[in-house]
Every structure is written in structure tokens, then in C-alpha cells.
Design a protein around this ligand. Structure first.
Ligand SMILES: C[S@@+](CC[C@H](N)C(=O)[O-])C[C@H]1O[C@@H](n2cnc3c(N)ncnc32)[C@H](O)[C@@H]1O
Ligand code: SF4
Length: 391
């Protein structure tokens, strides 16, 4: 996850480069339930409005939660399916809050209404992210339910009304890129706290429909607009959080943007980006699915590391006898192709390994989602050589 607005603040008001604080444990994204009232085109969990047998029961969830706490996991992101369809979502959330986790809810927002908003507010979620994959027409088509945009937006408005920090999560594809700027406008119109741009990842229906992934030219245009918008929000003191996910090349592209727009800040931003270190799957980000299987991140549902019913999460997570985990935790990672020779590996850390694996069968092949040009991944001396060769 690339926290763009944090780095944008560093462009405008640089802070000293102090030693990085190591997180106490990974952020755990937990798909508590796979059932969902929507069937989105890109959904990595391939959810639907049906019962999925074998899911962790609430007492099992509590036992895992105790282990996560002992393992010093700082953050739980409760997700699904649609987490609000879990019959015990409020009890689970309450317990997590009482145990001192930072607790976020990842919801499609359609089920947040007058009947439950007071209970939701009482939980004290630190953040609720609601997916909006376009404006009304594109969103309803993408999420395959008429009226879902209006219901989700009403959910966001209710969260705002009740003082809950809420944000938009937008997954960029060819189908909805045309609405990207309108969504940024919606951020302003509704005074929304956070915008998360998620690049398409190749899991579940997102893998089946990967032909819909945004073309590189489009992604680059979108990123330019996002950089300028984040700059303008920061310059106005609005401090809307802007974050991107599933494409750590965003950080390298941002560095090139800084070189163009604020050349004097290049070195500082480069050092800060290196300190951040890029893709954190298998290291600082973990996933537990509805059946209790542990994965290096949410998009590895086709690759399990172990099940919490059989082995504690705290034992599964550090185990590097698994070749994928060994490589993800290695520094540098055993990257191949363009990723292997990229000058900016220390910033991006090899981007999204799932896309490489889904396309080639090889965990360590280059990420086909990297939209940077050859010149942009070459070191400064090679960039110069290329410029000379290209005249
Ligand atoms: C699986 S959903 C679960 C929470 C809730 N049902 C929702 O839609 O927000 C979590 C987030 O992952 C995003 N997502 C799903 N499939 C994806 C994919 N293949 N690539 C990138 N993001 C994806 C969704 O848009 C949503 O923002
Ligand atoms: S992305 Fe979320 S809302 Fe859409 S089908 Fe998947 S779980 Fe449901």
C-alpha cells in the first residue's frame, strides 16, 4: 500500500529521515464471511449471495484473535464477502476493539442504513472503507446491482453524519476509468476523508476478467491526475488521505513525477520511499480467509500457507519452509525479468507477485502490471545512455 498523501506532505514540508519503526506484526485482512449481496465483476473472493460451508465459527474467530494479539498484530481489517452479513459482526468487532486492535471495516456500504448506523458508530471502528467503482451507471454495472451506487453513497453519508472516518475504495479498470475524476470531485463534494485507488489484481473473478485491466497509458494518466489532486488537497491544507494499492510501481512513478515537478526534492523523496520499502505481502500484510486458511495477502486464495484450525497463525506466519514465503521475506526478493533488473527494486520490492504467477506460473517473473517504461526502470546512468542512443 502506497500512502501517496504522506509522501506529498514530504514534498511540501520535508521532515528529517529518522530510523524507520518496524511494525510489531503484520496487518491482518480477515475475510470473515464469503457471502455477499453483490457479485462484482472483479471480486477476488468470487462472492455471491449463498452460504459457503466450513467457515470459521465465532468461538474459533475469537481463539484466532487471541493468537493474533499475542503475536502483536496491530491492525485488523474486517472484510468479506460483505462483513455486515456476518451474524456476529458487531460482537466480533466489539471484542477486537476491546482487545486494543486498530479495527477497520471493509464494506460495500449498501447495508449501512438507519437501522444499524448507531450500532456501527458505537463500535468505534477507526475507519470504514466503502467501495465505489465509478459513478452511478458504471458502478451499478460493475457491481452488477441496480441501485447499489445510491445505497453505498447513502452508507458513506451516514458514516460521515455519525462522525466515523470513512473513505472511498475504487478499483481502476478500463470499464470505470472515465469516472475517476468525478469520484475525486465527489470526495470534495461530500468532504470524504480518504481515497484508496486499487489497481486490479488477478485473483478470483478479477483474474477471470483480467482483460478488463486498465491499459498502461490510462493508468499513467490516472496517476498523474491523482498526484496533482493530492498535491492540491495538501496545499489547501485539506489533508485528505490518498492511498494506492496493488501496484507498488506507483511509488516509482511518483518519484519520476517529483523529479519533474519538484526536482529539488528528488533525493529526499527517494530516501523516504526507500525507507518505506514497497510491497509488503507476506511480510507486513497477511490474510486469513473465511475458512481459516492463511495467505501472504488477499489475492493468494489459490495458495494456502496453512489453516488456523490446525496450526496457530503465529506459527504459520514466520515459517519460511514455504518457498513463496521464503522469497517474499527475502531481501532482495529473487525477482526475474524486468523486475529483476529494475533500478528501483528498493522502492517497489517487486510489486505484485500474484499477477506474475497467474500469467506465467512463476512467483518471481516480472509483474505484467508494471506500467513503467524501460527508461523509467533504468538507473540514472542508463537513462542518460538511452537518451543519447534515442537521440
Ligand atoms: C472483496 S471486497 C470485500 C468488502 C466489500 N464487500 C466491498 O466490496 O468493499 C474488498 C475490496 O477488494 C476490492 N477488490 C475485489 N476484487 C479485487 C481485485 N481483483 N483487484 C483489486 N481489488 C479488488 C473490492 O473492490 C473491495 O474494495
Ligand atoms: S467485491 Fe465486495 S461487494 Fe463485490 S462481490 Fe466481492 S465481496 Fe461482494
Amino acid at each position: 500500500m502506497f500512502r501517496l498523501s504522506q509522501f506529498m506532505r514530504e514534498v511540501l514540508e520535508p521532515t528529517p529521515l529518522t530510523p524507520a519503526r518496524k511494525p510489531s506484526g503484520p496487518v491482518v485482512i480477515w475475510n470473515l464471511i464469503r457471502r455477499c449481496n453483490l457479485t462484482c465483476k472483479h471480486c477476488y473472493t468470487t462472492s455471491a449471495d449463498i452460504d459457503f460451508p466450513g467457515e470459521l465459527a465465532t468461538p474459533e474467530i475469537y481463539a484466532v484473535m487471541d493468537d493474533l494479539k499475542a503475536f502483536k498484530v496491530p491492525v485488523l481489517i474486517l472484510s468479506g464477502g460483505e462483513p455486515l452479513l456476518h451474524p456476529d459482526i458487531f460482537a466480533i468487532s466489539r471484542r477486537a476493539r476491546d482487545m486494543g486492535f486498530y479495527v477497520a471495516l471493509s464494506s460495500n456500504g449498501t447495508l449501512i442504513d438507519q437501522s444499524n448506523i448507531a450500532r456501527i458508530a458505537a463500535i468505534g471502528y477507526q475507519y470504514i472503507g466503502v467501495s465505489l467503482d465509478g459513478m452511478r451507471e458504471a458502478h451499478d454495472k460493475f457491481r452488477r446491482k441496480q441501485g447499489s451506487f445510491d445505497a453505498s453513497l447513502a452508507g458513506i453519508r451516514l458514516c460521515r453524519e455519525y462522525g466515523i472516518k470513512a473513505g472511498i475504495r475504487f478499483t481502476l479498470t478500463q470499464d470505470n476509468a472515465h469516472d475517476f475524476e468525478a469520484l475525486l470531485q465527489l470526495m470534495d463534494d461530500e468532504d470524504i476523508d480518504k481515497f484508496y485507488l486499487s489497481h486490479l489484481n488477478y485473483g478470483g473473478r478479477g483474474n477471470k476478467n483480467r482483460k478488463d485491466d486498465a491499459e498502461f497509458r490510462l493508468t499513467r494518466q490516472v496517476m498523474e491526475v491523482l498526484f496533482e489532486k493530492s498535491l492540491s488537497w495538501e496545499a489547501q491544507g485539506l489533508h485528505r488521505e490518498v492511498v494506492t494499492g496493488n501496484n507498488d510501481a506507483d511509488a516509482v512513478y511518483f518519484l519520476h513525477w517529483v523529479k519533474r515537478r519538484f526536482p529539488a526534492r528528488t533525493e529526499h523523496i527517494q530516501a523516504k520511499l526507500q525507507q518505506w520499502g514497497g510491497n509488503a505481502s507476506g511480510v507486513n500484510v497477511a490474510n486469513i480467509d473465511n475458512l481459516g486458511n492463511v495467505h501472504p495477502d488477499t489475492f493468494w486464495w489459490h495458495y494456502g500457507l496453512g489453516n488456523v484450525r490446525k496450526r496457530l497463525f503465529s506459527e504459520i506466519w514466520p515459517d519460511v519452509s514455504d518457498p513463496l514465503m521464503a522469497g517474499l521475506k527475502a531481501s532482495p526478493r529473487p525477482l526475474q525479468g524486468r523486475c529483476g533488473s529494475c533500478h528501483y527494486q528498493t522502492i517497489c520490492n517487486g510489486n505484485t507477485r500474484v499477477r506474475a504467477q497467474q500469467l506465467t506460473g512463476d512467483f518471481w517473473a516480472e509483474d505484467p502490471g508494471c506500467y513503467l517504461s524501460d527508461a523509467e526502470i533504468a538507473g540514472p546512468s542508463n537513462q542518460l545512455a538511452r537518451t543519447v542512443i534515442n537521440g
